[in-house]
Design a protein. Structure first.
Lengths: 224, 92
């Protein structure tokens, strides 16, 4: 869902750069407070994993394709703050190396994918509450990862919808339903990958899930 | 880097072998842009490795995997440097 250059209103690009920068500063301060250097390998490797996962496009109905976005997955691996930093690095390299997502629209793409991805951590948290039920955890992961994709699609739709390029196509009234109808399906695939994967990891190697440990208030320094 | 992190890195490197089989259909956003008849803007930047292919390598499977690996290690390096520079030394 990477917005290319030239589609967004220039003022909107600037605004979204500023908003994303504010979130990045918040995220950076959070990471600094929470982790020491032993966190670096898991953060770097998780970023690389999401970068590669985003390159593996799978076909979906109607001659279109989707790929894992990985916001909620990262959220469970790294916590909300580091997820925003990590996903921003992924988006930056995608734009620089492959022109996947524009340069002028990087602020928008960071907001739509990195910030929403990071904040999806709090959706999981909200749905789990204080429960330690496995079923509830699975449902929370499913809802959060589905919502992260749908919210990203909605934000993208709104941003292109209010931009002049889409005015003749009907603006918001067409972009919002068009984007949502595709991404409510892609979101289900996102959820169907994320929820079982995190569940498996929570059994096999719980120390890897820094995000989950932050949520549960466990000592969040990675295990050695 | 502990054992779990190493395993995760190995899995990630292994996944690059799948990139050449990725669907070439337009993604959700590209599809919407096309279906609404919005003119695709002329790109101002085509990337250091446009279209995931390195022209110096003839075999397109290998070229795609290698460009994926270049991306993978770029992300790894940038994240590592930023993390290392930002975080304090390990608690003992």
């Amino acid at each position: 869902m990477h917005i290319p250059d030239g589609l967004l209103d220039p003022y909107l690009c600037i605004l979204l750069y500023i908003i994303s920068l504010a979130f990045l500063i918040w995220a950076w301060k959070g990471v600094k407070k929470m982790f020491s250097r032993s966190f670096v390998p898991v953060m770097a490797v998780s970023s690389a994993l999401i970068f590669i996962a985003q390159m593996i496009n799978f076909p979906i109905a109607g001659g279109t394709c989707g790929h894992l976005m990985g916001g909620t997955l990262l959220g469970m691996l790294l916590g909300p703050h580091a997820t925003i930093i990590s996903m921003t690095i992924v988006l930056l390299i995608q734009a620089l190396l492959f022109a996947d997502g524009g340069i002028t629209t990087l602020g928008a793409n960071v907001f739509n994918m990195a910030v929403i991805g990071g904040l999806s951590f709090y959706i999981v948290k909200l749905f789990i509450g204080s429960s330690s039920s496995q079923k509830r955890f699975t449902a929370a992961l499913f809802i959060a990862s589905w919502l992260s994709v749908v919210l990203t699609a909605l934000l993208t739709a709104i941003q292109i919808g209010v931009s002049p390029s889409f005015a003749s196509a009907g603006g918001l009234m067409t972009t919002v339903p068009a984007m949502l109808s595709v991404h409510i399906i892609i979101g289900v695939i996102e959820a169907a990958i994320t929820a079982p994967l995190i569940l498996q990891l929570s059994h096999a190697s719980p120390t890897l899930l820094n995000g989950l440990n932050i949520m549960r208030g466990v000592n969040n320094e990675p295990h050695h | 880097m502990n054992r779990i992190t190493k395993a995760l890195l190995l899995i990630t490197v292994g996944l690059t072998l799948l990139i050449p089989f990725a669907s070439t259909y337009p993604d959700g956003l590209e599809k919407v842009i096309k279906s609404l008849g919005v003119e695709e803007p002329v790109p101002i930047w085509s990337g250091l490795i446009p279209d995931f292919s390195l022209s110096i390598i003839g075999n397109s499977y290998v070229a795609t995997v290698i460009s994926g690996l270049i991306g993978l290690f770029s992300v790894l390096a940038v994240a590592w440097i930023i993390g290392w520079a930002s975080l304090r030394r390990n608690r003992v």
